[in-house]
Write a protein that binds this ligand. Structure first.
Ligand code: HEM
Length: 403
């Protein structure tokens, strides 16, 4: 017999369960939206948390930030000393942080960046092409978004690798399982290094602002007052980390899908104008950011469940993207799916600010790769994957024939 909590099934569910990797989550979560749209888990937090997976329930939560706070955005939460800006800030303050950067990331402002992103993607593929093999994660999927986002922040090329490693170690320190204390130390040292490094850039960006995101953040004023250095750094760190980990994951999952589905690959090679559709369907089908969370700030009922102030809810975006009420034949990858209003980038006021940039990066990478390498295979036995709010692929060995 199943235990219940507040009238819904009580479980030990955690998004971090390693048995969900290798795509196993797709089958495991397939029935959630229709058969068990809201359940409880006793994992991670004192009172546990609810898991929501019906598309319309999640959309309601995302569109009502005055009832569902974004603080803390993950379960378990990342223990930052201050709320992460802007992702953990609620309206009306959220808008004051977000508006100043919205235009910079708007769709219309991406096209001037395309040649630069394309040149990075092309040179990464050119660097490995003749070898007939590479590690897609190390050689392609991470370097493109790292260089793209760090060039927007105008970080010196020679400092980018160290900053990237520090940002990765903040959230994914090595040895988390075997040596949690050592890992926590690495995470703390990396966080301090990243903050100190970015802090050292601020005086110049404040005095000599340029056309870069860090200068833009330095210029933000809220109610007539400039934001503090800590705010600027929190914001910059979120943009840098959110900007590359998610994009790298999305590119990696796209490559795995293409290796496993040569028919789709052949269609894209024959007609590259389908690549934007491919990207949207990969985001729906693979949903690299599996789930993020909200905290109830007013009593409310959703889907027949009464929630109380302080309740935590994991919004299982990946399951909702396969809700048959919204996506016909959700388990089928449909290159021509329309409409395709997936939760790949979230929705509502916190919808991903980098959505157009991420789409562009993915597009130039798949175009430049498939143009040169139409056939490739991936050694699935050597894929390394890690769970988290965003699942990550850290190793993706690929080979292809070289003429
Ligand atoms: C394919 C790549 C990406 C994915 C899958 C992704 C995913 C997401 C998701 C799901 C959210 C919504 C969070 C919520 O539930 O409230 C989000 C927000 C955000 N993303 Fe992305 N993201 C990607 C790329 C980027 C890039 C390239 C940047 C910046 C350079 C970026 C910066 C942000 C920021 C700043 C927010 C917070 C927005 C707010 O709170 O108003 N992301 N992202």
């Amino acid at each position: 017999m199943t235990d219940t909590y507040n009238g819904v099934p009580d479980t030990h569910f955690t998004i971090l369960d390693p048995s969900f990797i290798g795509g196993a989550w797709k089958e495991a979560w397939a029935d959630y939206p229709t058969k068990c749209p809201i359940f409880h888990s006793d994992a991670h937090e004192d009172q546990g948390f609810y898991v929501m997976s019906r598309y319309e329930d999640i959309m309601y939560v995302l569109r009502n930030p005055e009832i569902f706070s974004s603080y803390r955005i993950t379960i378990p939460p990342i223990p930052t000393p201050r709320p992460q800006i802007p992702i953990e800030i609620d309206p009306p303050l959220h808008r004051k942080y977000r508006e100043p950067i919205s235009n910079y990331f708007a769709k219309a402002n991406q096209s001037p960046r395309e040649p630069h992103f394309r040149q990075i993607a092309a040179s990464l593929v050119d660097a490995v092409y003749a070898k007939g093999e590479c590690n897609i994660a190390d050689d392609l999927s991470y370097p493109l978004p790292v260089h793209s986002v760090m060039s927007l922040l105008d970080i010196r090329v020679e400092d980018r690798e160290k900053l990237r490693n520090s940002l990765l170690n903040m959230t994914h320190p090595p040895g988390k399982e075997e040596d949690p204390e050592g890992a926590a130390k690495i995470s703390l040292e990396s966080t301090m290094w990243a903050y100190d490094y970015l802090r050292s850039l601020l005086p110049d960006r404040r005095e000599n602002p340029k056309d870069d995101v860090l200068s833009l953040l330095c210029a933000i004023e809220i109610d007539g007052e400039p934001i503090t250095d800590d705010d600027v750094l929190d914001y910059a760190i979120l943009i840098a980390a959110a900007g590359f980990e998610t994009t790298a994951a999305s590119i990696n999952y796209g490559f795995i899908f293409l290796a496993q589905n040569p028919d789709v690959r052949a269609e894209l090679v024959a007609d590259p104008s389908l690549i934007p559709n491919f990207i949207e369907e990969v985001m729906r089908f693979e949903q690299p950011t599996k789930g993020l969370s909200r905290t109830v700030s007013q009593p409310v009922e959703v889907g027949g469940v009464q929630f109380s102030v302080g309740d935590r809810i994991l919004l299982l975006y990946a399951a909702a993207n396969r809700d048959p009420e919204v996506f016909p034949e959700p388990e089928k990858f449909n290159l021509r799916r329309s409409p395709n209003r997936h939760f790949g980038f979230g929705a509502g006021p916190h919808v991903c600010v980098g959505i157009h940039m991420a789409r562009l990066e993915m597009q130039v990478m798949f175009e430049e790769f498939l143009k040169r390498i139409p056939n490739f295979t991936i050694d699935e036995s050597r894929i390394l994957e890690a769970t988290g709010p965003t699942y990550a692929i850290t190793s993706l060995p690929a080979t292809w024939p070289v003429k």
